[in-house]
Design a protein around this ligand. Structure first.
Ligand SMILES: *Cc1c(COP(=O)(O)O)cnc(C)c1O
Length: 231
């Protein structure tokens, strides 16, 4: 079921990405698709991999852990995209290739300590809350530049970009404003020592074409690839 679904959905997604990229003089292939398998069974991960996707995103440590154990640590590039509680840092470290959701200084310090202890460098994106919604985590745009500076001062972390979640709305102006804010933070950070401007992670099923027009280099797609999540 998952395989037929993704085989149908992926060409549509790629076409949408290509068109959005073309509108702003970019190429769709530059944009990394992270297949968000949260809430779906292992079969979804396997379907994504056999459809040729390589990047898998989970938003909870427990699910990430289960998927990595089932499918294999090196079978995919694993993305931790959800809020990471500090008491789960030790469990999570070693199981992801990129953390999208570095959303507080305290979390950054915990991750840095764990990384140093294990002799690892952890690639992270700083999450910026551009929606103004209190339920979403991340640094506000006002805090972001200082926060990035402080995180860059920690050992054991490689800060390689910015992530944001736009509000859930169909209002294109609101979506564009959120993505533009994240883009500006990303561009402004380019000048900071040790910042590696590799990924601007923005765009979900509802808004990924707009996100790409506004400069996204990485979209996180669940519903567009797998359909609605099982209840
Ligand atoms: C669930 C989730 C997504 C994917 O959402 P869809 O709307 O299903 O594409 C992307 N990013 C994060 C952080 C998520 O939690």
């Amino acid at each position: 079921m998952y395989l037929s679904r993704i085989r149908e959905a992926l060409p549509v997604v790629r076409e949408t990405l290509e068109r959005a990229a073309e509108r702003v003089g970019r190429r769709g292939q530059e944009v990394v698709i992270v297949a968000v398998t949260k809430g779906h069974p292992r079969a979804a991960v396997e379907a994504a991999l056999s459809a040729g996707l390589r990047d898998i995103g989970e938003n909870r440590v427990q699910e990430l852990e289960a998927r990595v154990a089932e499918v294999g640590r090196t079978a995919a590039t694993w993305h931790m995209i959800g809020h990471l509680q500090r008491n789960k840092v030790a469990r999570a470290v070693g199981k992801f290739d990129l953390l999208h959701s570095l959303d507080s200084q305290r979390l950054a310090e915990s991750l840095a300590a764990e990384a140093v202890e294990r002799g690892l460098t952890l690639p992270v994106l700083v999450q910026v809350n551009t929606s103004g919604e209190e339920t979403k985590s991340g640094f506000t745009a006002d805090e972001a530049s200082d926060a990035i500076g402080r995180v860059l001062g920690l050992p054991g972390l490689s800060v390689c970009g910015i992530m944001t979640m736009a509000p859930l709305t169909q209002d294109e102006r609101v979506l564009r404003a959120a993505f533009q804010e994240a883009r500006k933070i990303f561009e402004d950070a380019r000048g900071l020592a040790r910042f590696e401007p590799r990924h601007l992670s923005m765009g979900m099923t509802n808004d990924y074409a707009i996100a790409v027009e506004e400069g996204s280099t990485m979209v996180r797609l669940g519903t567009a690839l797998f359909g609605e999540r099982p209840a």
